[in-house]
Design a protein around this ligand. Structure first.
Ligand code: AMP
Ligand code: DBH
Length: 556
């Protein structure tokens, strides 16, 4: 077994050196809690308090706890054992929590996929995590995830079981079936997972090539929940609206839905982040806090003056995942009448927040400062030397909740971590005298499309598989609404395809919709000069310049 669940074997990449681990424990960061443990404590402290609201469903803490127990036992009764991995592919529905807390309790590791992911991504997550089961909603928003499951099992027979939250045909194993199995065969009274065990695998945005798996432990993740709650003012009276997909690390944990439950607050699940879906829920449930990405903030700011809904309960609006323009940030207080909190984080660990009582200029112009006094932040130049304060440089970090390595990925680890365990975030930042960071750009060629990270390389590989594509380069283009959009430059061969066919090709390759290029431009050649040694990175920069700067002729 690769994981340190119920035995002493640990994935090498996950081990913090003993001296640092001891320091994080001594400082009280890692307190020896587990997800299954604290949920039970909350359920005992306030059994009847509402934990989750989604659609017509309202679950109290006691109800969620009971369901998680039955689920844990049902998963084990179905043959899964501690340390197994299960790909969880669910939208914002209450069953997400039932199964995820069930998995935590059984010591089985969820691997979180986003609703938009399709067969190519799911197959990659399942094979790289060696998953033995797959969890889906069923049919959702016009898409039949059961078909995807069938294709997955055909490609990867190791995915032996599929569990369906809302089964709609014979032969499917529904969550109710799992719960019934759990009631018939309760969990043996054995030790659960240890606080230092890996609790789940989160998905990286995939800056180069395919997404990598991010192992997070109970101890380290729960620390971020507890501190995020304090920093963001999340307490037992809070009501958190999950507008973004909760499988994403940001609405999951900064402080997000898990931070809300940790605080004993109420989570309200929105089926969509649109004002039409969210505003009525804010009014009805008395929502106090929510989190958005910058393009959605624009939509909300635009919708607010025309809306009759009473949003007066809302106190804090978090915005993160991609850079927020100061001009937009400045409008939050006048238009929404509430405090903006900028959030700059990553599933690998480090999370920065502006503080709620920071001066407006700090809130508007920076992406905040780290959660922890033990977050070590370095801003360095090309040679790895620290740059002077206020100068741009590469952000490196290590600390009590930043991973020391990806799961089973030596080559990525060699690239992404320094010898002394700092994670190379790939972000270019400036840090001021107070430790606040402002994001300037990034060193890698991934595209941040409205907070969704897209690897240029991954899309290029799929484009190159097209019979009429000789070469392809995918670049980010600044976009007023999305922040960045994708443009695929293509040198055709044989019969020149149409742009729409190229987009359809990417869809047909079984990729998430957000990875379909927004724009396709056909060119005869990439570089004007005969520069044979031009790097992919330089090439992408040159191509981007073709679309974003006036043509030579126009300049004259
Ligand atoms: P991931 O590693 O996939 O979790 O994505 C994290 C990355 O998203 C960071 O390294 C940044 O590049 C980007 N990011 C997240 N929040 C912000 C923000 N507030 N401003 C700018 N970039 C952000
Ligand atoms: O973009 C991210 O991945 C992100 C943004 C804000 C994140 O993981 C987080 C906060 O925790």
């Amino acid at each position: 077994m690769i994981f340190n669940v119920f035995d002493e074997m640990k994935p090498v990449s996950q081990i913090w050196p003993d001296d640092l681990a001891a320091r994080y424990r001594a400082a009280g960061h890692w307190r020896g809690e587990t997800f299954g443990g604290w949920l039970r404590e909350r359920a005992q402290a306030h059994p009847d308090k509402i934990a989750i609201v989604g659609g017509d469903t309202r679950w109290s803490y006691a109800e969620l706890d009971r369901r998680a127990n039955e689920m844990a036992a049902g998963l084990r009764a179905s043959g899964l054992v501690a340390g197994d991995r299960v790909v969880v592919h669910l939208p914002n529905i209450p069953e997400f929590f039932e199964v995820v807390f069930g998995l935590f309790r059984a010591g089985i590791l969820p691997v979180y996929a986003l609703p938009a992911h399709r067969i190519t991504e799911i197959a990659h997550f399942a094979s790289s995590s060696e998953a033995s089961a797959y969890v889906i909603a069923g049919r959702h928003e016009g898409y039949d995830y059961a078909e995807l499951a069938a294709e997955l099992q055909q490609r990867l027979p190791a995915v032996r079981q599929v569990f369906v939250a809302r089964p709609d045909r014979d032969g499917q194993t529904g969550f109710a079936d799992l719960a019934a199995r759990g009631r018939a065969q309760p969990l043996p009274a054995e030790a659960g997972p240890k606080p230092s065990d890996v609790a789940f695998l989160q998905i990286s945005g995939g800056s180069t090539g395919l997404s990598k798996l991010i192992p997070r432990t109970h101890d380290d993740y729960i620390y971020t929940l507890r501190e995020s709650d304090v920093i963001c003012g999340m307490d037992a009276e809070s009501v958190f609206l999950a507008a973004l997909p909760i499988a994403h690390n940001y609405p999951m944990s900064s402080p997000g839905v898990l931070g809300a439950l940790y605080a004993g607050a109420r989570v309200v699940l929105s089926p969509s982040p649109s004002p039409e879906a969210a505003f009525p829920l804010i009014e009805r449930e008395g929502v106090t806090m929510t989190s958005l990405v910058p393009p959605l903030l624009l939509v909300w700011l635009q919708a607010r003056p025309n809306s009759q809904h009473d949003l007066s309960s809302l106190k804090v609006m978090q915005v993160g995942g991609a850079k927020l323009a100061p001009e937009v940030a400045r409008r939050v207080r006048p238009v929404l009448g509430i405090t903006l909190q900028q959030v700059f984080g990553m599933a690998e660990g480090l999370v920065n927040y502006t503080r709620l009582d920071d001066p407006e200029e700090v809130i508007v112009n920076t992406q905040g400062r780290p959660i922890s006094a033990d977050d070590e932040v370095l801003v360095v130049d090309d040679l790895g030397q620290p740059v002077p304060e206020g100068e741009p440089g590469y952000l490196l970090t290590r600390g009590p909740y930043t991973i020391r390595g990806y799961h089973n990925n030596d080559s990525a680890n060699a690239r992404s971590f320094t010898e002394d365990g700092f994670y190379r975030t790939g972000d270019i930042v400036k840090r001021n005298a107070d430790g606040y960071l402002s994001v300037q750009g990034r060193a890698t060629d991934h595209i941040n499309r409205a907070g969704e990270k897209i690897s240029a390389e991954e899309i290029e590989d799929h484009l190159l598989a097209h019979p009429n594509v000789f070469d392809a380069a995918v670049v980010s283009i600044p976009d007023e609404y999305l922040g960045e959009r994708t443009c695929a430059f293509i040198i055709p061969q044989g019969e020149k395809p149409r742009g729409a066919q190229i987009k359809q090709w990417i869809r047909d390759r079984g990729l998430a919709d957000f990875k379909v290029p927004d724009q396709v431009v056909f060119v005869d050649k990439f570089a004007e000069t005969a520069a044979l040694k031009i790097s992919r990175r330089e090439l992408r920069a040159a191509l981007r310049a073709r679309l974003t700067t006036p043509e030579q002729g126009e300049q004259a």
